[in-house]
Design a protein around this ligand. Structure first.
Ligand SMILES: [Zn+2]
Ligand SMILES: [Zn+2]
Length: 92
């Protein structure tokens, strides 16, 4: 079982419901087809033109944040990725 991340605005903690929709606008280069969809169902990819939205605007505070910043994984469950360090000192 994969841990399901909580999705909410990193700035104001607004949680988009299943009926939340975003519109593909020309605010990013290559986008602007006018498709209306739930951007969290496609990880930020517009189903109309295939543009991957780097930022997602909050419907509550109207500010945009990086799409991945909306995903909050439960902490303390061993699910957090750990960076491997190879700083071994050769003894001898
Ligand atoms: Zn917000
Ligand atoms: Zn589009």
């Amino acid at each position: 079982m994969d841990p399901q991340p909580r999705i909410h605005c990193p700035l104001c903690r607004w949680e988009p419901g299943a009926d939340a929709r975003w519109v593909c606008t020309p605010s990013e280069p290559g986008a602007g087809c006018g498709t209306c969809w739930n951007t969290f169902w496609t990880a930020g990819c517009c189903p109309g033109c295939g543009h991957f939205w780097a930022r997602t605007q909050c419907h509550a505070c109207k500010r945009s944040s990086p799409h991945e910043a909306w995903y909050h994984y439960p902490a303390g469950d061993g699910a957090a990725p750990r960076k491997e360090k190879s700083l071994e000192k050769a003894a001898g």
